[in-house]
Design a protein around this ligand. Structure first.
Ligand SMILES: C[S@@+](CC[C@H](N)C(=O)[O-])C[C@H]1O[C@@H](n2cnc3c(N)ncnc32)[C@H](O)[C@@H]1O
Ligand code: SF4
Ligand code: SF4
Length: 431
């Protein structure tokens, strides 16, 4: 064995020096991981990484739902587009750190701002309850908090209440807030409030107004107890005269009962004269309460025959229960959600998502009078948190229950939707 010379000694000293530096560094890193509880005995690096991904997309989704590092397809695009929408928010860092890197924000919020109404329609379960109801408007403070938490990320807000939304005393300011965020508004109204500042500010938003008019004249007044036909007709006339059709679409949403269906041809002619773009007939649904009767099949056939006799070149569009019977002109205002997969169960196809039965838990939030969040209007008894602050909304939207609900909507035979209501809804039964 040769004696080590000076050169060999200094090489060994350098090796020992590097060994000490590297092992000290590794010890510090390992201690840090143990203290922050990321590494436990027997857990490998791959397991830590997978655990983080699993928290966001539980295991079985990996095969179907590519996260953003996988090959590009609709969902990678959806996630990238979602990151851009999170970034519009002043608290984007919080949202992105909490899960926004892989979970896109909602696109639409349906906000119930009141359960007070000025009418008492025979079809309406919510205004004909037997027990007394403590009716109220949403507090403006709650609306402002929800707007600050959600509006920067949204494309669409739907105001669709159990009462009449345009009756809300702060409606003019609410419309200004919506217009300032460049959000598409969808509004369902009974058409009795198209006057003053409400009308002025409504004319400034981009969106579509759907008016619940089931008939004309006396039949209308019979169906919409307390409403006056002359006053409603005059309000709609000023809306139609003053609105910019490039920004505000107007349709009617008549409920067909045994009585109102007799007036349907007259109603269509009235709508054509006023320049209404669409008539969306739907049948009275006794499941929502009310004291009316459903129309007979013969009466429905008669209305369909009348629709078929309309001039095909007239721009009006007419549908029944969501099925277009007469095609109209191309709409000038298109809700951004129309181009997205549906927020209700659909088969794979034009508006069904390829991987999920229902996109409501991915794209929509339903907000109640107190700012609480649920996944859709059928799940209002199943609140998942609130949208009053960014922190509270992050807890809710990235929370385990919301993630489990989204996951349970996967189109795989071994999964059933998390809630019974969703199971019925996906099976085609009324929730
Ligand atoms: C509850 S209202 C709230 C918005 C507003 N007050 C209005 O009437 O447009 C929402 C919509 O549901 C419709 N509707 C209410 N009860 C119904 C029922 N039992 N069957 C079918 N549609 C119903 C109304 O005509 C209205 O178009
Ligand atoms: S106007 Fe709307 S909320 Fe009011 S009673 Fe009629 S359907 Fe119900
Ligand atoms: S009840 Fe469930 S399945 Fe039906 S629309 Fe709501 S989230 Fe979708």
């Amino acid at each position: 064995m040769p004696e080590p010379n000076n050169a060999m000694r200094s090489v060994r000293a350098v090796e020992v020096f590097y060994f000490v530096v590297v092992s000290t560094y590794l010890s510090i890193v390992m201690c840090g991981l143990v203290v922050t509880r990321k590494l436990q005995p027997g857990v490998t690096w791959m397991q830590i990484r997978k655990r983080t991904v699993d928290r966001i997309w539980p295991r079985r989704t990996h095969g179907t739902l590519p996260h953003r590092h996988r090959s590009r397809n609709n969902d990678a695009d959806r996630i990238d587009e979602g990151i851009e929408r999170w970034k519009r928010h002043s608290r984007s860092q919080l949202y992105l750190e909490r899960g926004g890197e892989v979970i896109p924000p909602p696109m639409q919020a349906n906000i119930g701002i009141t359960d007070i109404c000025n009418l008492q329609c025979g079809i309406c379960g919510s205004q004909n309850m037997h027990q007394p109801v403590n009716r109220r408007h949403m507090d403006m403070y709650i609306f402002e908090r929800v707007a600050e938490t959600l509006f920067p990320m949204l494309t669409t807000v739907e105001i669709n209440s159990r009462g009449e939304p345009l009756l809300h005393p702060r409606m003019p300011e609410m419309l200004t807030v919506i217009a300032s965020h460049d959000i598409f508004l969808r509004l369902q109204t009974n058409g009795t409030q198209f006057t003053g500042r409400r009308l002025e500010n409504l004319l400034k938003v981009t969106g579509e107004v759907s008016i619940s008019i089931d008939a004309t004249g006396k039949t209308f007044e019979f169906a919409r107890t307390n409403a006056k036909w002359e006053q409603v007709d005059a309000g709609i006339r000023s809306l139609m005269d003053r609105r910019d059709p490039e920004h505000l679409g107007v349709s009617i949403y008549p409920t067909l009962t045994a009585k109102t269906i007799r007036d349907a041809p007259k109603l269509i002619r009235w709508a054509m004269k006023r320049g209404i773009e669409r008539v969306d007939f739907h049948r009275y649904d006794p499941i929502y309460g009310g004291s009316e009767e459903i129309p007979s099949d013969d009466a429905i056939q008669h209305v369909l025959g009348f629709i078929d006799s309309l001039d095909p070149d007239h721009p009006i569009e007419v549908s029944l229960d969501g099925v277009t019977r007469k095609v109209g002109a191309l709409p000038k205002t298109v809700c951004p959600m129309r181009k997205k997969p549906a927020n209700s169960p659909r088969p794979i196809g034009s508006d069904g998502h390829p991987a999920f039965e229902c996109m409501a838990p991915h794209q929509l939030v339903d907000i109640d009078l107190d700012g609480r969040v649920s996944a859709c209007c059928y799940l209002q008894n199943q609140t998942l948190g609130n949208a009053l602050t960014a922190e509270a909304f992050a807890d809710c939207w990235f929370g385990e229950e919301y993630i489990a609900l989204r996951h349970s909507m996967l189109r795989t035979s071994d999964l059933t939707p998390l809630y019974k209501t969703c199971q019925d809804c996906v099976a085609g039964r009324k929730p």
